[in-house]
Design a binder for this molecule. Structure first.
Ligand SMILES: [Zn+2]
Length: 309
């Protein structure tokens, strides 16, 4: 009995020794990601060494999200908290305060060149500040920026877990190669659309960086946040522009109520072209459960609606 117990102990010590060249035995790095896109990047960089909790889940709207007590618990226990910044997560400061987390709060847009939001339809209303320039927070819709997020995640993981650093950097480099390939596909897809047809309508202005990077114009009755309803005048103005045939297609977004887009569709006779994933990935069994699939889905929807293919 005692002998077999000793044998078992010896065996498990040997197993541990075999596993343990580095800190592979340590508990995984506890990472909180503010929303699904960041969680996907973090998974690609962190692999098995990290366990990730996502605050705003699939199809969720970070602009208006209300944190739960479980979110505060996850924040309190985190080693690293990854956020977008640029006021994308309206709930962030409240949650940081409520959780009293000691984790590093890493803002992934810190080396991104921010672009200003120029309202075309949405009035500079109370939410966005009359006449005030507002920074567009949706930087992740540019793949060039996605590479910056990934680099920042690798640096944050290295700072929190130096023994895993080589692995994080290797993973980040491999994933960055996939992003490079994706960028080529997105550019080619937009180039295949005749220039005069590169205008589409969505419900809120989530695609400013995509527009800036790839040359497709997005019009939206709501501004860069979803926290206010567009005015009747904004909607009428958009309907007029659509009737002058300046927009080639119209899309609903996975995070917003489709009612407004359906109203504009019925007033203009333009068919709704499908769903674009703007501020969140889909459920795991949906068409956009990773960042790369989100981009594939969006360019396929846009090309399909405009070119009919
Ligand atoms: Zn948004």
């Amino acid at each position: 009995m005692l002998k077999s117990f000793r044998a078992a102990v010896t065996l498990s010590v040997m197993t541990l020794t075999a596993l343990g060249t580095s800190s592979a035995l340590a508990a995984p790095l506890k990472v909180v990601a503010s929303f699904t896109v960041i969680a996907d990047f973090a998974k690609n960089v962190g692999g098995d060494r990290v366990s990730i909790t996502t605050i705003v889940g699939p199809d969720g709207d970070a602009h208006v999200y209300e944190p739960s007590p479980a979110d505060a618990v996850a924040m309190a226990g985190a080693d690293v908290v990854l956020v977008n910044g640029l006021h994308f997560e309206g709930f962030l400061q409240r949650l940081v305060d409520a959780s009293a987390t000691k984790a590093a709060i890493v803002t992934l847009t810190k080396d991104v060149t921010p672009i200003d939001f120029k309202p075309e339809f949405a009035d500079a209303d109370a939410a966005e500040g009359a006449g005030k320039t507002v920074t567009d927070p949706h930087a992740f819709q540019s793949i060039a920026n996605a590479r910056i997020y990934v680099k920042n995640i690798a640096e944050a993981f290295c700072a929190a877990d130096s023994e895993g650093c080589v692995g994080y950097q290797t993973n980040a480099a491999a994933y960055t190669k996939k992003l490079d390939a994706l960028e080529g596909e997105v550019k080619a897809a937009i180039q295949s659309i005749p220039e005069e047809k590169r205008v589409v309508i969505t419900s809120h202005d989530a695609f400013g960086y995509f527009e800036h990077e790839y040359g497709l114009t997005f019009l939206a009755p709501q501004g860069i946040s979803t926290d206010s309803e567009p005015s009747a005048a904004d909607v009428a103005k958009l309907v007029n522009q659509v009737k002058q045939d300046k927009a080639a297609a119209m899309f609903i977004e996975n995070i917003t109520n489709p009612r407004l887009i359906e109203q504009i569709a019925s007033e203009t006779g333009i068919k709704v072209g499908g769903t674009l994933y703007s501020d969140a990935l889909s459920q795991p069994d949906g068409p956009a459960s990773t960042y790369i699939d989100m981009m594939h889905n969006n360019i396929a929807q846009i090309k399909g609606a405009i070119l009919g293919s």
